[in-house]
Every structure is written in structure tokens, then in C-alpha cells.
Ligand binder design. Structure first.
Ligand SMILES: [Zn+2]
Length: 122
């Protein structure tokens, strides 16, 4: 994740080729489920309740943070570019909780805000 990871257009494997992997919800194991994966890069699709949200959700959160803390436009622009660079909206290899951690990490790097304050906007 993050540095060095290149973007992949993701080619989905067929239904018969699905891999059985442990499924978890908020970090707790929920047994095995068949997962689809990308035949190009090998990343596995994230499942249902941990499915990542669209990048728009995080852009909205960022916009609200920007207004609340009077952040300069150039800074919010840099944060949104960083979110795109990290493939925040990649449905493969990143679940929603990882997305949120990444969002908090990026915003926290640019703005001097505590994790608790940032999470309120998610
Ligand atoms: Zn891929």
C-alpha cells in the first residue's frame, strides 16, 4: 500500500477461479468466502460490509474539514491529489477501515489535526 504501488486497471477472474479466503468484519473472522481477484496484480476484492466507499465520500469529508478549519484551497488540493495517488478508492486490496486509516493518515500529515477530530468527519 502507498509508496511504490502502481495503478492497475484490474481484470477480474472468472467465477470458477474465485479464491476461498478468510472473511472478516471489523477485524473479526467470519469464516471462509469465495473472493474474486484481479488476474493482473493479484489483489483480492473486498467484501460487502467492509467494501470501500467511493472517493467522493472522502472528498466530501475533506471539503467539510476544509471549511471547519479554514484550510487553504491549495492544501485541500494537495490532500485530494495524495488520496488519488494512494488509490484510496481502489476496491481491490483495500477495505473501508483501511481507507479510513489512510484518510486519517493523509489528512493528519498535511493538517495539524488529531485522529479523533478527523474521524468525526467520516
Ligand atoms: Zn489489478
Amino acid at each position: 500500500m502507498g509508496a511504490g504501488r502502481t495503478k492497475c486497471d484490474h481484470k477480474i477472474c472468472g467465477d470458477k477461479e474465485k479464491v476461498w479466503l478468510p472473511h472478516s468484519f471489523r477485524g473479526r473472522g467470519r469464516g471462509l468466502q469465495p473472493h474474486r481477484y484481479c488476474v493482473n496484480c493479484g489483489l483480492v476484492e473486498v467484501h460487502s460490509d467492509e467494501r470501500p466507499l467511493s472517493i467522493g465520500h472522502y472528498m466530501n469529508a475533506l471539503a467539510r474539514i476544509g471549511m471547519e478549519f479554514k484550510v487553504a484551497k491549495v492544501q485541500t488540493r494537495m490532500i485530494s491529489m495524495e488520496m488519488e495517488r494512494c488509490s484510496l478508492d481502489d476496491p481491490y486490496g483495500m477495505d473501508r477501515w483501511q481507507q479510513e486509516d489512510l484518510f486519517v493518515g493523509i489528512v493528519g500529515t498535511y493538517l495539524n489535526l488529531s485522529e479523533e477530530r478527523i474521524r468525526k468527519f467520516l
